[in-house]
Design a protein around this ligand. Structure first.
Ligand SMILES: Cc1cc2nc3c(=O)[nH]c(=O)nc-3n(C[C@H](O)[C@H](O)[C@H](O)COP(=O)(O)OP(=O)(O)OC[C@H]3O[C@@H](n4cnc5c(N)ncnc54)[C@H](O)[C@@H]3O)c2cc1C
Ligand SMILES: *[C@@H]1O[C@H](CO)[C@@H](O)[C@H](O)[C@H]1NC(C)=O
Ligand SMILES: *[C@@H]1O[C@H](CO)[C@@H](O)[C@H](O)[C@H]1NC(C)=O
Ligand SMILES: *[C@@H]1O[C@H](CO)[C@@H](O)[C@H](O)[C@H]1NC(C)=O
Ligand SMILES: *[C@@H]1O[C@H](CO)[C@@H](O)[C@H](O)[C@H]1NC(C)=O
Ligand SMILES: *[C@@H]1O[C@H](CO)[C@@H](O)[C@H](O)[C@H]1NC(C)=O
Ligand SMILES: *[C@@H]1O[C@H](CO)[C@@H](O)[C@H](O)[C@H]1NC(C)=O
Ligand SMILES: *[C@@H]1O[C@H](CO)[C@@H](O)[C@H](O)[C@H]1NC(C)=O
Ligand SMILES: *[C@@H]1O[C@H](CO)[C@@H](O)[C@H](O)[C@H]1NC(C)=O
Length: 619
């Protein structure tokens, strides 16, 4: 069994360069090493005990936290942007409640996003055991990381900025959501953005926004991948422009060599706004509701062992993400009646909360050996490189290039598979921990190999979020239900075949790229056969971390939780603004779409209440 420590490979051998004598630099190295060591020793929680245990002597009574115009629950991607936009209106007092703490110098380094999995910036969920997926994982459970920090998942994520396809948003509108067509939402994508890439498709890109987007430095494999794809007929393009199909370096949400998270972009520079109250380490446990009027009055939360109640004069907005928002709703009596009665919750509004979950499954088994050696260096050298804007630590999740393709119809403008080149591949001990892999002998080499992750963009299989109990102490059950539909497996397999074509290109031949399995599994099947790849796909599953749809928008409370204006059906003064409202998953990583949703929601809310301020009309 090879079970290397997370940072052992990074720390050794210790090299003594001239930089070592520089105190500032040495302090930086010490900070990183100390954090990585803590990651090694970190044990993921199994419930929310650390957040919601109430000191018994002080815990009986709720303390009054005061009254605000809006209470936003969760300072993640959506919550940070929304809090920023709503506090542009000076008359509005906004309370932003966040269960986690602040970001820091360690989480600012893009290349440390993976280790953040092993810190309390991650809620630490695992999925339920999967029947047709995650078979190489302990108990067939895939991980479900979610950010628990100001910035939320945008702080711990891979920072890939990709909006999706025109067709995605036009489909949202056709599903019964007027106002969400591509033409309607494009201005909101542009509004958020400050784009710095050298080859933008101008009509589609924004330059005055708060969110910085850029490429980072290339690796020696960047041009190999781009050329290989070009040989296969794909064009180099700005995939956030007119045409999504093609190949490109990854566009990241970064500012210089640091991450550009929701916290860093929308909150930190605005902490001097008197009408913005950001309260951290505050775990919201339920909504306060006037049951007769079915009107939301505020929220209860626990902070530092004490219980508080905060009131909202206008609205409570849930931005706790696609997993936690359903939990808060269901504990508060808003959800599927049958499921709620099982956990002893009286149903206030019967809605399909937690159902219709969609997530992008990833296949992590494509490992290519090359005849180059990269980044086999000490942590000091790597950090020196980082401070000079050089890879590998400038790229979150080591993402390098991306290609959107359609493996069923080469002529289609809508992709169904996303290929992500990762250089270097996840270092073995990291992969074991952050993917929940069984203790197996890894065959991949983090210094000579490259990975291409495949992402299934339009899964037919649907998952769910349900509750173990009505106690906020318990983690929710996350069932991805990957590959429940055979078609998903077939599409992924076609993605594998399409990716293997790269090995036949001149570009890939120039580095003698050869397929080497990441671990020894599925050996009962002939390597390369149909059965072999299906077996591999069912074993080496990961989430691409994009759960959506658990509180989806639609025009009927039968199959939707929120209206196209994102207000919750059947209750007053309650809105959901996060990834959960997405009615059909986008053909891309989801963060950009979540920001777009928050921008649009902010305009909607301003339009609804702000005129009333001007006219003095009471709402
Ligand atoms: C590891 C990882 C990698 C990813 N990579 C990418 C990528 O490269 N590109 C991309 O586009 N997308 C990526 N995503 C997805 C993207 O980050 C999410 O879709 C997006 O951040 C979701 O935003 P949100 O506002 O819905 O939720 P979040 O950003 O998760 O925010 C929810 C916030 O609410 C807080 N919260 C939850 N419950 C409570 C409570 N009870 N009380 C108080 N606060 C609470 C949380 O702590 C969190 O801060 C990734 C996600 C992860 C986890
Ligand atoms: C010390 O290191 C820091 C960070 O790398 C750098 O900004 C600074 O210029 C260095 N100082 C000297 C004297 O080398
Ligand atoms: C936020 O509101 C609480 C409760 O009213 C108050 O105690 C706290 O000082 C406020 N914080 C800020 C930064 O305004
Ligand atoms: C990680 O780094 C941050 C600074 O960015 C520091 O405050 C914190 O103490 C470090 N954590 C550990 C465990 O060393
Ligand atoms: C809801 O949207 C669907 C799909 O566009 C449409 O067929 C249906 O008529 C709409 N229902 C209502 C009540 O508007
Ligand atoms: C964007 O990236 C390029 C290339 O990596 C770099 O030269 C440029 O300074 C970056 N721009 C900003 C604003 O960070
Ligand atoms: C990485 O470096 C170490 C120590 O210098 C060496 O033993 C090892 O063979 C190197 N690995 C590769 C793949 O070159
Ligand atoms: C890698 O292999 C290719 C093909 O065999 C060869 O042309 C190339 O010179 C090799 N490169 C290195 C760095 O060994
Ligand atoms: C190419 O790689 C394969 C497998 O790693 C190896 O057996 C072969 O010798 C290499 N060929 C060259 C020319 O380097």
């Amino acid at each position: 069994m090879i079970y290397l420590q997370l940072c052992a490979l990074l720390v050794l051998p210790w090299s003594f360069s001239a930089e070592t004598n520089n105190e500032t630099f040495q302090a930086f190295v010490d900070m990183v090493v100390s954090n990585l060591t803590a990651c090694d020793n970190y044990k993921l929680p199994v419930n929310n005990e650390n957040l919601c245990s109430v000191r018994s002597s002080k815990g009986e009574e709720f303390r009054d936290f005061g009254s605000f115009d809006f209470i936003i629950v969760g300072a993640g991607s959506a919550g940070t942007l929304l809090a920023n936009r709503l506090t542009e209106i000076k008359e509005w007092k906004v309370l932003l409640l966040e269960a986690g703490g602040k970001e820091n110098d360690f989480s600012d380094i893009p290349g440390m996003a993976l280790p953040l999995y092993l810190t309390d910036m991650n809620w630490g969920y695992l999925s339920t055991p999967q029947e047709r997926a995650c078979k190489a994982m302990k108990e067939s459970k895939c991980v479900c990381p979610r950010g628990k920090v100001v910035g939320g998942s945008s702080t711990i994520n891979a920072k890939m900025y990709s909006r999706g396809n025109k067709d995605d948003f036009d489909a949202w509108e056709k599903l019964g959501n007027p106002g969400w067509s591509y033409q309607d939402v494009l201005p909101y994508f542009k509004k958020t953005e400050n784009c710095h890439i050298y080859n933008p498709d101008p009509p589609y890109r924004g330059s005055g926004g708060l969110l910085d987007v850029n490429y980072t430095a290339p690796t020696v494999f960047t041009s190999i991948f781009l050329k290989g794809k070009e040989e296969l007929g794909y064009q180099l393009n700005d995939y956030n422009g007119k045409q999504q199909i093609g190949v490109s370096q990854v566009q990241f949400t970064i500012k210089g060599n640091k991450i550009a998270s929701g916290g860093r972009a929308f909150i930190d520079p605005f902490m001097n706004r008197k009408n913005l109250n950001v309260t951290i380490n505050a775990f919201v446990t339920r909504l306060i509701i006037d049951k007769e009027k079915k009107r939301v009055l505020g929220v209860e939360f626990v902070q530092d062992g004490r219980k508080y109640a905060a009131k909202a004069k206008k609205e409570v907005i849930l931005s706790a993400g696609a997993i936690n928002t359903p939990q808060i709703l269901m504990i508060s009596g808003i959800g599927p009646q049958e499921a709620l009665s099982k956990i002893g919750v009286e149903t206030l509004v019967d809605l399909p909360v937690g159902l219709n979950m969609e997530d992008h499954a990833a296949f992590t088994g494509l490992n290519f050996r090359t005849n180059h050696t990269l980044f086999n260096d000490s942590i000091e050298v790597l950090l020196e490189r980082y401070l000079n804007d050089q890879r590998p630590l400038t790229a979150a999740f080591n993402a390098d290039c991306v290609s959107f393709i359609n493996v069923n119809d080469r002529k289609s403008s809508v992709p169904n598979i996303e290929q992500v080149l990762m250089v270097p591949p996840f270092e073995n001990s990291q992969a074991i921990k952050v993917l929940n892999l069984k203790d197996v002998k890894p065959l991949s080499n983090p210094y000579t190999d490259m990975h291409v992750w495949l992402i299934l963009l339009h899964p037919k299989s649907k998952g769910s979020v349900t509750l173990k109990s009505k106690d906020p102490l318990d983690f929710p059950n996350v069932d991805y239900n990957y590959y429940a539909e055979e078609e998903d497996l077939r599409t992924m397999h076609k993605g594998v075949e399409e990716t293997l074509k790269l090995l036949e290109t001149k570009a890939f031949k120039s580095i003698n790229a050869t397929y080497i399995p990441v671990i020894e599994i599925c050996t009962e099947h002939k390597e390369g056969s149909h059965e072999f790849w299906h077996c591999m796909i069912e074993h080496l599953t990961s989430t691409m971390y994009h759960p959506v749809g658990t509180t989806r928008m639609g025009n009927s409370s039968k199959d939707a939780v929120v209206t196209p204006k994102l207000t919750v059906y059947g209750v007053e003064r309650l809105r959901v603004v996060d990834a959960g409202v997405i009615p059909r998953i986008v053909s891309a990583n989801t963060n950009a779409a979540v920001y777009m949703i928050a921008e649009k929601a902010a305009d909607e809310i301003k339009g609804l209440y702000h005129r009333s301020i001007a006219t003095g009309k009471q709402l």
